[in-house]
Write a protein of this length. Sequence first.
Length: 300
Amino acid sequence: MRLRHIEVFHAIMQAGTISGAALLLHISQPAVTKVLQHCELQLGLPLFDRVKGKLYPTPEAHRLFVEIDKLNRDLVSIRRLAASLRAGESERLRLVATPTLGAAVIPAAMTRWCAAFPSSHCSLATNHTREIVSALLLGEADLALSLQDPRHPGIKAEVLASGPMMALCPLGSVEADGTGPLGIAEIKTELVGLAGDDPLANLVHSAAEAQGLTLHSRLTVQTYQLARALVEAGVGMTVVDPFTAASADRNRVRLRPLAPAVPVNLYLLSAANAPLAQSARRLVKFLGEAARRNLESLEA
């Protein structure tokens, strides 16, 4: 039996008449009659006895109805699931980000995503890029944000936004008195440094070494947020990614792009063999827009 045969037969068994089945299916009575005749012809047996214009199910029809009723319930469930998937409902997303991006980019994006998909669920976590790659490969996360491209064959990396490394200069420092890009050679205030294994910190040190300069720090931190907080407290100056810089307290620090420019990319990471669901793709859109708004605020 074809799907249309099943639908018509089930409707007739429920309604008891051709006209009732037509109303249930929102089609004409002749269409119901035609499909029923074709169904009986294909099966090679009558499903209803016609007596004075009325339909009476045969014993075979009753036996068939038991199984078709189960199938029809499954079809209804499938249609409901398809509709919810189209709407992005009932999905469960797992988003992981490095700590910096978890604080700087995700909140604004999640506000919009929650409004767009009120029935969906999302678990949020922060971790370092190495652990993020493992989570994606093991299927423990669906998508992730990082400032590093892990360059792994099993990971797809897409750039969502780009901006320069920024100097955070405490108000009152000589660096805060200037405007425009801050040359590495102009740094006089004690520097709050990032850990030596940080890729962005290595880029900054490489830029300094290219000019024959060496950057020294008495204080070294593991996270960009802590570096920003120390500068806001008046403990030296620092150089951080643009997304951390965007959240700095402008009443305490002045932001200046580093010169020569050290570009920073925000990467969306996902497993190369796992395409994103609709609500995940919308979340990616919101994340990219939130990141770009952060960068625009640096120019304000």
